[in-house]
Design a protein around this ligand. Structure first.
Ligand SMILES: Nc1ncnc2c1ncn2[C@@H]1O[C@H](COP(=O)(O)OP(=O)(O)OP(=O)(O)O)[C@@H](O)[C@H]1O
Ligand SMILES: [Mg+2]
Length: 149
């Protein structure tokens, strides 16, 4: 486990995902978490990859966050097809794909993301509605040094 600077992590994620509009709303995310930077980058790259895949017009994608309640809260939002209420809890299950999902995929991405987030003592949840876009909210505990500062 190493000290991971969250703003830098998101910049690297945007670059790795080849996000065409790397605009980060992360000025308030000046925080360090303890973890494996490579694994965290894989997790956020998956979330950004989903946003680009399920919001194919590319508009409305945003990564941002802030420090809140001893955690770095990172939100990846899109204005894409959204997720039905009954699927919201299931999207993190292994091999789950929403019925009629047209874009290619195996249904493993979010399962992996949740494993990585939980390995870091964090949580992930989805807020979405069909046609209303999706917001994935990840909370990662700040490193001990940071919370005692
Ligand atoms: N941003 C999103 N907008 C709408 N639906 C989403 C979004 N992210 C995930 N989903 C839904 O949740 C399902 C599971 O997502 P997950 O990332 O695990 O799999 P995938 O993208 O289908 O495949 P993989 O990531 O393994 O290539 C998707 O198939 C899709 O139905
Ligand atoms: Mg995916």
């Amino acid at each position: 486990m190493e000290a991971v600077e969250s703003h830098e992590l998101l910049c690297r994620t945007a670059w790795r995902a080849e996000w065409p509009e790397p605009e980060l709303d992360a000025d308030r995310l000046n925080a360090t978490v303890r973890g494996d930077e490579e694994l965290l980058c894989i997790a956020f790259t998956n979330l950004l990859g989903n946003a680009m895949k399920y919001a194919p017009d590319g508009g409305g994608i945003c990564i941002g966050g802030e420090v809140e309640g001893g955690c770095a809260e990172v939100r990846v939002s899109d204005s894409g097809i959204g997720i039905q209420a009954q699927d919201l809890a299931r999207v993190f299950d292994r091999y789950f794909r929403a019925e009629g999902a047209k874009a290619a995929g195996s249904g493993l991405g979010l399962y992996l993301v949740r494993q990585i987030v939980e390995l870091h003592g964090g949580t992930i949840r989805a807020e979405s509605a069909p046609g209303q876009g999706t917001r994935m909210i990840v909370r990662l505990p700040l490193s001990a040094r940071e919370t005692s500062a």
